[in-house]
Design a protein around this ligand. Structure first.
Ligand SMILES: [Zn+2]
Length: 256
């Protein structure tokens, strides 16, 4: 279940603006990932040149090490998820759902030990008063799945929403909105009417940096944020062990 075809597809798509996830099919998480569209672009490796070499050099590392890293990563992600919920409740930022392990480490292999990156996909749902719409990017090449996420404001005038003390972005006067309510997602993480991947990545970094000190892992581990324009990458070290983790973000297809 760690077939080359899958890796190939992900890697081939790396050159695109936004892209879908590959063909894992043997467990629930993989199926969930299958229905996701990843918003990131992983430019870190030039696969045109390196893919063959990577396949040649890829080694089946002792399964237990990767397994331990995956378990550690998911435990960390679950802790993050708890705080995402707290921090983002009633905000107009994307609702972050439980992370899904994706990529080679979670499939049980990695190119080289020092290159292990534990990639997780964090599904985003639209906040109240917003909807997400996947749009195929027609500028993209054929056979590639290029997606953009268009953000649309939704009427919240119904009584149920009124009970939550939220002003309707569409139907309340602009002045009232400006003084009494946080700006909509369109004015924070979007460029035009589309979710901006780079702004979203910067927002993830802010969240990770802000939440980290509250997590139990921060007592024994040191966090170093690594630069990435279109994802959130960081390294955690405790002196003996070190994990490099990359958070990708996406939306579920059909989620609006
Ligand atoms: Zn309305």
């Amino acid at each position: 279940n760690n077939d080359d075809g899958n890796a190939q597809q992900v890697n081939n798509n790396a050159a695109n603006e936004e892209r879908g996830v590959g063909n894992e099919d043997d467990n629930e998480a993989a199926n969930a990932a299958n229905n996701m569209v990843v918003a990131n672009d992983i430019n870190n490796f030039d696969l045109e040149d390196n893919f063959g070499r990577m396949v040649m050099e890829r080694i089946q590392w002792p399964e237990q090490d990767l397994e331990m890293g995956c378990r550690w990563t998911m435990a960390l992600m679950n802790n993050f998820a708890t705080y995402f919920q707290l921090v983002l409740a009633n905000s107009f930022h994307p609702v972050l759902q439980r992370a899904i392990g994706v990529g080679s480490a979670f499939e049980g292999w990695s190119p080289r030990e020092q290159d292990v990156v534990y990639q997780v996909l964090v599904p985003m749902a639209p906040p109240q008063g917003h909807s997400f719409h996947l749009e195929q990017d027609t500028a993209g090449q054929r056979c590639m799945r290029n997606f953009r996420i268009r953000v649309q404001l939704e009427c919240t005038c119904s009584s149920e929403q009124q009970g939550r003390n939220m002003l309707c972005f569409l139907h309340h006067p602009k002045e009232e909105l400006r003084t009494n309510q946080d700006p909509s997602l369109l004015h924070t993480l979007c460029t035009g009417s589309h979710l901006d991947v780079e702004k979203t990545a910067r927002w993830f970094y802010q969240l990770v940096r802000a939440i980290w000190p509250a997590l139990p892992q921060s007592h024994n581990w040191h966090l170093v944020l690594l630069p990435s324009r279109r994802s959130c990458q960081f390294q955690v070290t405790n002196g003996r062990e070190s994990y490099r983790i990359e958070m990708l973000f996406g939306v579920r297809q059909g989620n609006s």
